[in-house]
Design a protein around this ligand. Structure first.
Ligand code: ATP
Length: 869
């Protein structure tokens, strides 16, 4: 449906008078007729694409071609068997990739934007995609505008339109006073456009276009380029893979040459060399990394960590500093006023009634300078600080909604964390004006010139107030002060500098915001894992310190740095001490960026939390930017790598723990695959030099690598975490994947595996066992099962882990064993795989030989454990 200006104007006028918004029914109908408020994505990969991609690898194509050619001139059975193996491998690959793609899709959906609209007369949070033309949308600082909106109410609203126009200075939005005629639709000053960011203030408006009809939608197709993000590990693996491929190809050429010299059939040697190359070049490793990360990320959602950027899962294990907000992340954000202080006296809640009327003006300020609202169902909506003030004033018969009838709010200067205060203007019953300002105690003391008590102004004793507020803060309370000013007429210039000055101090309150119960334990875990927790807060240093002590973030009298100190410190001086600072108080969000950079310059790997509009640069700059799911603004979420769905610090630690486990398991997968490959290469490469025939046929090589190796390898990703996972220091982000003896293990375990296989070949040939090839095939395949069991842990023995602690792996091993037995004993498969049934003695010998690798790896781990002790 096309929305003409006239229709929109009609809606604008009807809505302006009612301000009830659309009804759910009406919105539902419009959603059907106008479509989703989404930007159509360039078609992502189809299932068919995904299937075809499995065969896209160059070496696989060469193998298929070689198999077909050799089938035509040799044995067609070979061709069919090779094709079946390649298809089986593709099926395993496809299923995994499909699961990963679905997981990523699900994560994307969960991270989708929500918007606040008025539906059925009440504010409601709905998915931004459900917004329809005519919806009444409420915008606040930090929101990303969900559609093209014509503004009908504006309170100092500035919008950053750089995503649309490239202009980085936020644009101030205007409407002529509500009673005036509205500006024409084309005027950009009264429009908020989809994708732009509200950087300051608030506004309400009516949606005029959605989805592809928005300005953003019109240019969106130009902006859509699919950027493939590769994790650091993937990049390194891809680089390493290229080098390894060259080495493997050289070995294959050598195997081919030596085979020919020994008089083996050229076609067989050619196919052997190609099969070996296909099997040993680890071209699938980067893909496996994506799959493990995506599936891991999906599991992390259950622990309330929503990953927005996949590489974060991998890099979580490298975090050395977590810089966390206090309010809501370390604390519960369940504010409750506990104490009130007026005229140099601190009053407990129980004795408030005895203090009237002195306290009345303070309650008036609490109720009126407040953005919390009560919904029809009785629930309060708004910032927890505001809700606490709303409640306490309501309990004392100062109900905001009633008071607004006598003191309507005419304008306001919204809160921002740099000024640390907010002001509202109200008309008084006497037709004058009164402004109430509330904010941080030192800010209000600075702005106040006298004190108001029972309508009487008196001199203000700032020192005493300061002392009393410090005492309150020492008890861990959050202190908020109030002041007011009377005006005969509404000032023209509504800038904070002009308005928030010459105030009369009314008093202050202390609010309790208890630490989250689980955080102390998380902080301890964090420290044991070599990660430094740091508190960054806009709150008072004394309050910050009290909470930090309670949570054991600091042990003694460690240094607290305030935003003010930070301003004064030179970059060099700050960087010298940044590693030791555990608390930053009265910090403006912009300063967070400086903290991240200083830590990074010291070689630290920093996770930083943030929720406000000004946190975005720090979140982007941090190695892991963490946004809040409940209280976070759209911009902070968009700038983050991970979202805490419960805003809880403990969730970060859970995510790090999970990230470490995922990375460990990827390492185990790499180790397993590469030792197996090395084992095969050594077997085939060394045999001719020892005067033995080629030990395995191409089909055996492919079977081991593409089928039997794959299943246990994937089951390794289900491996439980290592016992001391949170007792070891963070992994250096640039550390090689082959560190901690992984590279060495690949070489020696591969050699051992190759050695055992060649031994079984030599022994079987020497003792006249006609089925020697089947024996080598079986020994190699089963050795890998032993290997996978032994490398489940880097240090612990399988017996202390418990054989049954990874059931999927046991299942995979069992299945592989059954398949191998089928190949040996089912006559039909014998002819395809060129195997012979083994006698019981031969099978028994194979089983014994194939445990050697298991015992070898277990012994190496035992030696490592002994060295550690
Ligand atoms: P954190 O940074 O840990 O999340 P915070 O909420 O204290 O904590 P800001 O939101 O930047 O950080 O607030 C800074 C200060 O501004 C607060 O300590 C308080 O003194 C004051 N303040 C907070 N909320 C309001 C509000 N709604 N109205 C007026 N002043 C406020």
């Amino acid at each position: 449906m096309n929305w003409h200006c006239k229709e929109v104007d009609e809606i604008l006028h009807s809505l302006k008078s009612s301000e009830q918004g659309l009804t759910t029914d009406e919105a539902g109908k419009r959603l059907i007729s106008c479509g989703d408020n989404t930007i159509k994505q360039i078609k992502s990969r189809t299932v068919l694409h995904m299937v075809l991609d499995q065969f896209k690898d160059f070496m696989i194509m060469v193998l298929i071609a070689a198999a077909i050619v050799s089938g035509i001139i040799g044995e067609p059975k070979d061709t069919i068997a090779i094709l079946v193996i390649v298809i089986l491998n593709a099926v395993i690959g496809f299923v995994q990739e499909y699961r990963a793609e679905k997981a990523i899709e699900a994560l994307r959906m969960m991270a989708a934007q929500v918007a606040t609209v008025i539906r059925d007369g009440e504010a409601a949070s709905i998915p931004a995609s459900d917004i329809v033309p005519g919806d009444l949308v409420l915008l606040g600082a930090g929101n990303i505008t969900p559609a093209d909106i014509r503004l009908i109410k504006v309170a100092h609203c500035k919008i950053d339109e750089s995503s649309l126009t490239g202009e980085s200075v936020p644009v101030e939005k205007h409407i002529n006073r509500l009673t005036d005629n509205m500006m024409p639709l084309g005027d950009r000053k009264n429009m908020a456009y989809k994708g732009t960011v509200v950087s300051y203030g608030r506004a309400n408006g009516i949606v005029v276009s959605t989805g592809m009809n928005t300005e953003f939608g019109k240019i969106a197709t130009m902006l859509q380029e699919q950027i493939e993000v590769r994790t650091p590990l993937q990049k390194r693996l891809a680089k390493f893979g290229k080098k390894l491929a060259i080495a493997v190809l050289a070995i294959c050429a050598l195997v081919f040459g030596v085979g020919l010299l020994r008089g083996e059939p050229p076609l067989l040697m050619f196919l052997t060399a190609i099969s070996l190359a296909v099997a040993a070049i680890p071209e699938a490793l980067p893909a496996v990394v994506t799959i493990s990360l995506a599936i891991g990320a999906k599991k992390m959602v259950k622990q309330n960590a929503l990953i927005r950027k996949l590489p974060a899962v991998e890099t979580l294990g490298s975090v050395t500093y977590i810089c966390s907000d206090k309010t809501g992340t370390l604390t519960q954000n369940k504010m409750e006023v506990q104490e009130i202080s007026i005229s140099g006296k601190t009053i407990k809640l129980q004795s408030i009634s005895t203090q009237r009327p002195a306290i009345d003006k303070l309650f008036l300020a609490m109720a009126l300078n407040n953005d919390a609202t009560r919904q029809k169902n009785g629930r309060c909506l708004g910032d927890p600080t505001e809700i606490a003030l709303y409640r306490i004033s309501e309990e004392n018969e100062y109900k905001k909604e009633n008071l607004l009838k006598d003191y309507p709010r005419v304008t306001e200067i919204p809160f921002d964390s740099e000024r640390k205060c907010m002001t509202t203007f109200h008309r008084t019953p006497e037709n004058g004006y009164i402004s109430f300002t509330k904010g941080a105690i030192e800010t209000l003391l600075e702005k106040s010139i006298d004190e108001l008590n029972c309508e009487e102004k008196s001199a203000i004793d700032k020192e005493n107030i300061h002392r009393m507020s410090e005492a309150m803060a020492q008890r861990g309370l959050r202190v908020l002060a109030f002041a007011m000013k009377e005006w005969t007429r509404l000032p023209e210039d509504l800038t904070p500098k002009k308005i928030e000055t010459g105030l009369s101090f009314l008093g202050f309150v202390g609010m309790i915001d208890p630490p989250r119960k689980e955080v102390a334990e998380a902080v301890a875990l964090c420290k044991s894992a070599g990660i430094n927790p740091v508190m960054i807060t806009g709150d008072h240093p004394v309050t910050a310190k009290a909470i930090a002590k309670e949570l054991n973030i600091i042990d003694n009298e460690e240094e607290i740095v305030t935003g003010g100190d930070l301003e004064k410190l030179s970059i060099n001086a700050f960087e010298k001490k940044v590693a030791d600072i555990r608390i930053y108080a009265r910090v403006a969000p912009e300063q967070k960026l400086r903290i991240v950079k200083a830590l990074q310059n010291q070689g630290e790997f920093v996770a930083m939390t943030g929720d406000g509009v000004n946190d975005a640069p720090a979140l982007k700059c941090a190695d892991i930017g963490i946004a809040m799911g409940i209280t976070g603004t759209d911009v902070s979420r968009e700038s983050s790598d991970m979202i805490l769905l419960d805003d809880n610090f403990a969730t970060i630690i859970k995510a790090i723990r999970r990230g470490r486990r995922i990375f460990d398991n990827i390492r185990k997968f790499i180790k397993y695959t590469m030792t197996s490959n090395a084992g095969e290469i050594w077997t085939i490469f060394l045999a001719p030099f020892l005067g033995l025939p080629i030990p395995l046929l191409p089909i055996h090589i492919l079977w081991i690598n593409l089928v039997t190796d794959g299943l246990p390898g994937l089951a390794l990703t289900a491996e439980p975490e290592e016992k001391r996972i949170m007792k070891r220091p963070p992994r250096h982000p640039k550390e090689s994947i082959f560190a901690h003896s992984l590279g060495l293990d690949i070489i020696w375990v591969g050699l051992l595996m190759g050695g055992v296989s060649i031994f079984s070949q030599a022994w079987a040939i020497k003792t006249g066992h006609g089925s020697w090839q089947t024996m080598v095939f079986t020994v190699l395949c089963l050795s890998q099962m032993g290997n996978v069991l032994a490398l489940r842990s880097e240090k612990e023995s399988l017996f202390s882990l418990g054989l049954f602690s990874n059931i999927p792996l046991l299942g995979a091993i069992f299945l592989t064993f059954v398949l191998q037995m089928a190949i040996i004993y089912v006559p039909f498969l014998n002819s395809i795989f060129k195997t012979q049934p083994l006698t019981l003695n031969e099978l028994f010998l194979c089983l014994i030989l194939s445990t050697i690798v298991f015992w070898g790896v277990e012994t190496a781990k035992w030696l490592r454990r002994r060295n550690r002790a």
